[in-house]
Design a protein around this ligand. Structure first.
Ligand SMILES: NC(=O)c1ccc[n+]([C@@H]2O[C@H](COP(=O)([O-])OP(=O)(O)OC[C@H]3O[C@@H](n4cnc5c(N)ncnc54)[C@H](OP(=O)(O)O)[C@@H]3O)[C@@H](O)[C@H]2O)c1
Length: 344
């Protein structure tokens, strides 16, 4: 059973490829730059394939699972999903992009028909929050409101920043009555104890606004992140700048800056960092709260993505899946260094 990792010479893709090879999986590394792909393939001692996403259907016939690590995913998911449906290959990615989750969810029937699993979001976005959502739903099956959030530590990679810039003009999003609706950036603010005391938190359009609905069926969902109070105010002010981010020259200039000047977390930062993840569900009368503590977000992403790929290689459901729907809410607890669920 063969796993192809696309975007394998990117910051996260390379860490995932190293981990997959360490675990003894049958790995092919791939990416659009042939030279960088071949270089990585030679270093890891595995086959390499250089191709653009548009040519993916010529390269997946002998592949069982394709794990896409090339983001912004809005630019890569579609041709790879198409090629996977055509060649009967299971598709996984590490997106956190809400619009990408929604677009892939719409391919559910086609995936069922093709006998293919479409499982986006097997990184820090959205494994811990999605598993927490599933766990909270198990605790309070009548819940009709769900709030999820995280208090991260550490720095981000150039690819993550490029993905944030890509969607910076999209504003805020929440789910109400089952539908995703637009709200202003950072529209709600509250104090949340993510697991290390109360923090200032604001709403962000996290992928769970899409995925937690498919995992739990809960129709009202908000997602929060911890921010210093000044950042919360700046995010509110940024509403007025949001249309500017939608202008192609502004977006391109920021993407270039991100790719030139940002480095991902060092090995030490990955080893020492931690992240606190919180969720609450309510039916209007009863409210239940649960938390998990995870390793640093990129460390968790590498473990979660590789473990998800291993499990799909062994036994794959068909159709669109979320991590907690595919593997159960306990999936996150099987990952290295994760502590929880801490229930209230
Ligand atoms: N789920 C999570 O928690 C999580 C965690 C980590 C990262 N991510 C996401 O994963 C993505 C990659 O992050 P990273 O840190 O690895 O970034 P990175 O170091 O910039 O790597 C990005 C990779 O994607 C490739 N790529 C980008 N656009 C492409 C396109 N249109 N066609 C083909 N290949 C393309 C790049 O190839 P070139 O160098 O040739 O452009 C590179 O190999 C980001 O979107 C990030 O937000 C998610």
């Amino acid at each position: 059973m063969t796993l192809l990792i696309y975007g394998a010479y990117g910051y996260t893709g390379e860490l995932v490829a190293e981990e997959a090879v360490d675990r003894g999986l049958d790995v092919v590394v791939a990416g659009r730059n042939e030279v960088r792909t071949d270089h990585l393939a030679a270093r890891l001692g595995v086959p390499g394939r250089g191709f653009d996403v548009g040519a993916a259907d010529d390269h997946l016939d002998d592949i069982d699972v394709c794990l896409n690590c090339a983001g912004p995913f809005v630019e890569t998911y579609e041709p790879l999903v198409e090629a996977c449906l055509e060649t009967g290959t299971h598709y996984l990615d590490i997106t956190g992009e809400l619009s990408v989750f929604e677009a892939i969810a719409e391919r559910d029937r086609e995936a069922e028909k093709a006998g293919v699993c479409l499982l986006p979001g097997v990184g820090f976005d959205v494994v811990p929050t999605d598993c927490l959502a599933g766990h909270l739903h198990d605790r309070l099956p009548e819940a009709d409101e769900l709030r999820l959030g995280f208090d991260p530590s550490g720095t981000i990679s150039k690819g993550t920043l490029a993905s944030v810039i890509e969607h910076a003009d999209a504003g805020g999003k929440v789910r109400r009555g089952g539908r995703i609706v637009d709200v202003p950036t950072a529209h709600a603010r509250r104090q949340i104890d993510f697991g290390r005391g109360e923090r200032n938190a604001v709403t962000v359009p996290w992928g769970d606004v899409s995925t937690a609905y498919y995992t739990t069926g809960i129709e009202n969902i908000e997602t929060y992140t911890a921010v210093p109070p000044l950042v919360g105010s700046a995010m509110k002010l940024s509403r007025f700048a949001a249309p500017l981010f939608g202008l192609p020259p502004v977006k391109e200039a920021l993407q270039t800056l991100a790719r030139t000047f940002v480095d991902g977390p060092s090995e030490r930062q990955r080893e020492e960092g931690a992240c606190y993840v919180w969720g609450e569900a309510t039916d209007g009368e009863t409210t239940v709260t649960s938390r998990v503590k995870t390793p640093e977000t990129y460390a968790l992403t590498v473990d979660a993505a590789t473990t998800a790929a291993e499990r799909i290689l062994a036994d794959a459901p068909t159709g669109f899946e979320t991590p907690a729907a595919a593997f159960g809410p306990e999936f996150v607890l099987a990952l290295d260094g994760v502590e929880g669920f801490f229930d209230e």
